[in-house]
Design a binder for this molecule. Structure first.
Ligand SMILES: NC(=O)c1ccc[n+]([C@@H]2O[C@H](COP(=O)([O-])OP(=O)(O)OC[C@H]3O[C@@H](n4cnc5c(N)ncnc54)[C@H](O)[C@@H]3O)[C@@H](O)[C@H]2O)c1
Length: 464
């Protein structure tokens, strides 16, 4: 193990030394939090010939990786990298942070930053690990936060956990601190790591330069120097909050289209021909660990400043969270048209992931829809190819689509998995009479569905 002048010098300040360590494959990397984003990140560092240790509190995850079982089967390209870095011993994992941190030159944090039940950002994982780092890291360590946080959190709060109260570690003197917010899209992380520019900000300029040097070694993309951590963090939040607000707009536009009896898909297709329009699509709600959470984070930072700012984001929350009720209205109205009641019906939920083609139910829009149906007393079946043989929201997921479509009154399609995009409407209606289909993603051909005898509705799908 390389013992990099820990006593005499601050390695993160020494660019030529860092360059040498990168070139000779001796810069010791530790990544705390090896989940959806942290594990691919760790593998990319290890695959760039840097000795990398992943630390996680999840014992099952760590023992799964130790037994060479790759947990992210839905991330194309990473299984091969995983096998490769395990074979050449560039990557190891542990639950023991106290063993990994003292060895590390660079510590990356890819810890969860969710929202709590009161809709406030929950930074408890960063707080807990930050306090541990104070006791464990040696002088000269560079800490890089990849987790998404609101502006000011690093400079005003997190740095204090690292410095502690004993005067041993001072930021900018005894350790470096910066951010490189993660922007990759689950399901295409490797592709994004090879194409999306990264934003690097730090407490001071020299730290930012070192972060850029390290990331350039690993990622073949532009690493953009930001003036500070908070600019980098606001830029990261802006991309997702922009989408969140635009989805809220099209969600309400969709409801207007239904009232006008026109099809929002025709509207969006036509609008998208204008060069300065960016298309967004309506849906049953906005899920995942990013868009809804980032909206809370940016609102929280406005609140801390005591400003009544970003009211548009609050309104977007209200609109997007209201879409589950709209979905229920669509299914209840359609059932009524064939003389059935929602509380006496059996509804199949197609897809529970918050986005297509991944196994992930974080803040999924399926959950509020299912909860509302449960409150009403509707019988619920679930089919999702990524959750076969598991139980989600206390409901056993069907193993076979053909079984799942038997003896049901309605289908609510929540997730646009590829498997559902090519579904034959005739097949859907083959095992249930007067079947209602609520396609919340606009992926089923409405005309073909009607021809097949289905009663189909979709968000914003009025008209011919
Ligand atoms: N998933 C995404 O789409 C995505 C995209 C961009 C950015 N991000 C951001 O990246 C960060 C990580 O997100 P994720 O989706 O990878 O989360 P995740 O929940 O998949 O992974 C986080 C990991 O951290 C571990 N962990 C929690 N507390 C810990 C502790 N005290 N010590 C060690 N390990 C601990 C968990 O066990 C888990 O394995 C978040 O800030 C998120 O907002 C996520």
């Amino acid at each position: 193990m390389q013992n990099t002048d820990k006593k005499t010098g601050i390695i993160y300040e020494d660019l030529p030394k860092i360059q040498n360590l990168l070139k000779s494959g001796q810069l010791q990397i530790c990544i705390v939090g090896i989940g959806r984003i942290g594990l691919p990140t760790a593998l990319s560092f290890a695959n760039s010939n840097l000795p990398t240790t992943g630390v996680d509190v999840n014992e099952n995850l760590v023992s799964m990786i130790k037994s060479q079982n790759f947990p992210l089967k839905d991330e194309p390209g990473y299984l091969e990298i995983f096998n490769n870095v395990i074979k050449n011993k560039r990557f190891s994992v542990t639950t023991k942070i106290e063993e990994a941190i003292p060895q590390a030159n660079v510590v990356l944090l890819s810890l969860p930053t969710p929202v709590d039940e009161n809709k406030n950002p929950n930074y408890s994982a960063l707080e807990s690990v930050g306090k541990q780092l104070h006791n464990l890291m040696t002088k000269g360590t560079l800490v890089i936060v990849e987790s998404t946080v609101e502006p000011g959190y690093i400079e005003n709060t997190f740095v204090k956990f690292l410095e502690g109260n004993d005067g041993r570690l001072i930021a900018g003197k005894d350790f470096g601190l910066g951010v490189c917010p993660e922007t990759a899209n689950p399901g295409e992380i490797l592709k994004d790591f090879k194409s999306l520019p990264r934003l690097a900000g730090a407490l001071d300029d020299k730290d930012a330069n070192i972060i850029i040097e390290i990331y350039k070694h690993v990622f073949p993309v532009e690493i953009v120097k930001m003036p500070d951590c908070k600019t980098a963090n606001v830029a990261k939040l802006t991309t997702n909050v922009f989408r969140y607000i635009n989805i809220a707009f099209v969600n309400e536009l969709a409801i207007l289209c239904e009232k006008l009896d026109i099809d929002i898909m025709k509207v969006l297709e036509a609008a998208d021909m204008k060069y300065n329009f960016q298309v967004h699509y309506p849906g049953p709600g906005v899920g995942g660990p990013c868009l809804p959470v980032n909206s809370v984070q940016i609102l929280h930072s406005a609140k801390l400043l005591g400003k009544n700012l970003l009211r548009m984001v609050s309104l977007s929350q209200e609109i997007n969270e209201g879409m589950a009720s709209h979905v229920l209205d669509l299914v209840a109205e359609s059932l009524k048209s064939v003389g059935k009641k929602l509380n006496e019906s059996t509804v199949l939920i197609l897809g529970v992931s918050y986005k297509p083609n991944v196994k992930d139910v974080q803040i999924t829009p399926a959950e509020p829809v299912i909860k509302k149906l449960q409150e009403i007393g509707t019988k619920i079946k679930i089919y999702d190819p990524y959750f076969k043989a598991t139980s989600i929201f206390n409901i056993n997921v069907e193993n076979d689509l053909s079984e799942a479509i038997s003896n049901i009154d309605a289908i609510i399609l929540i997730t646009a998995h590829d498997e559902f995009k090519h579904i034959d409407p005739t097949f859907l209606g083959s095992k249930s009479k007067s079947l209602i289909v609520i396609d919340t993603r606009g992926i089923i051909d409405i005309r073909a569905a009607r021809k097949a005898g289905l009663i189909i509705r979709g968000i914003g799908r009025g008209g011919k």
